[in-house]
Design a protein around this ligand. Structure first.
Ligand SMILES: [Zn+2]
Length: 311
């Protein structure tokens, strides 16, 4: 058997890269927001520039879910992201979870963010990602609101139990939220893999920073979700940020958010090297072709949104 014809799992076993078993097509995504330790700070601007350099270096094009607040304060950054070939998408206006916003609050924020991102980038903005992946069974009304705000797809569901939010009953594959009078909002759930009894979104954030290479390797070989993408934040690579207690968080949580950032760029580089990353907006036909049924009892209908708004 020649090396070229070895099955992927055999190649993965002998490859030093912990991500060798992942599919060749894997989209880089980032959530562009300030550091939790300094919500009014500007360190995310330089850190996002470093992420853009990494994508140039690896020949990757990705999707940047940007806060409307960031777009209004730094429209040049949004323009640069678009000019360098990446997709500009919305991370809503402020970094609040959907339940705290409610349907009316979400609609106002989503429209404001989309307008700021469109103005700054000169691109349509089909993509939306809820802060904290906070589209859950309790906020299923949000699918209709996200569509009403003009978005064509969402990347807002963690289909497992999360630290803060999760939707364990949601499919691991892309699915369409059934909406009244429309074809539905396409949802691209976070890719997961099992680690012991847990299912973790290991291709991003704290998991990518903290999991040891042997766990990343084992999890890469049992990826759940046919549409692979990674996620990160500018602060995940900002190893020079001085420690501060994050507003609203305890010392231990703040330290956990702050530490272990030195490894992130190298891990992202290893994820992207030898892979093809194109923006999620260019994979929507692929996603629709693999879409399964929506989670049971989560209609995401306009009626549900109206009822929730009136509560
Ligand atoms: Zn975020």
């Amino acid at each position: 058997m020649t090396p070229r014809s070895k099955p992927q799992t055999m190649r993965a076993r002998h490859d030093p890269c912990p991500f060798a078993a992942l599919p060749r097509r894997l989209t880089f995504t980032a959530d562009v927001e300030p550091s939790p330790a300094e919500p009014g700070g500007r360190r995310h601007l330089d850190a996002t520039a470093a992420l853009l350099d990494l994508l140039d270096e690896t020949g990757a094009r990705g999707t940047f879910f940007i806060l409307g607040e960031v777009a209004e304060a730094a429209p040049r950054l949004v323009r640069e992201i678009a000019a360098r070939g990446h997709e500009v998408a919305s991370h809503n206006h402020s970094h609040r979870d959907l339940e705290a916003l409610g349907p009316r609050g979400l609609l106002g924020e989503a429209r404001r963010a989309r307008a700021a991102l469109q103005d700054a980038s000169g691109q349509a903005v089909p993509g939306f990602r809820a802060p904290f992946f906070s589209l859950t069974p309790r906020t299923a009304w949000a699918a209709a609101v996200i569509a009403e705000a003009g978005h064509g797809y969402s990347s807002s569901v963690l289909p497992a139990r999360g630290f803060l939010h999760g939707h364990p009953a949601a499919p691991r594959r892309p699915f369409l939220w059934p909406l009244e009078g429309g074809e539905g909002l396409l949802e691209l759930p976070v890719p997961l893999a099992r680690l012991g009894p847990a299912r973790l979104p290991f291709l991003g954030g704290m998991y990518l920073r903290y999991l040891p290479p042997w766990d990343l390797r084992a999890m890469s070989a049992r990826l759940e979700g046919p549409l692979a993408w990674s996620y990160c934040h500018p602060y995940d690579i900002d190893a020079a940020e001085p420690f501060r207690r994050a507003p609203g968080l305890g010392l231990a949580s703040s330290a956990f958010l702050w530490a272990n950032r030195r490894v992130t760029l190298g891990r992202l580089r290893a994820l992207l090297r030898g892979r093809v990353s194109i923006p999620l907006a260019e994979r929507l036909d692929e996603a629709r072709a693999m879409a399964g049924p929506a989670p049971a009892q989560s209609k995401g209908s306009a009626e549900e949104a109206t009822v929730a708004a009136e509560r």
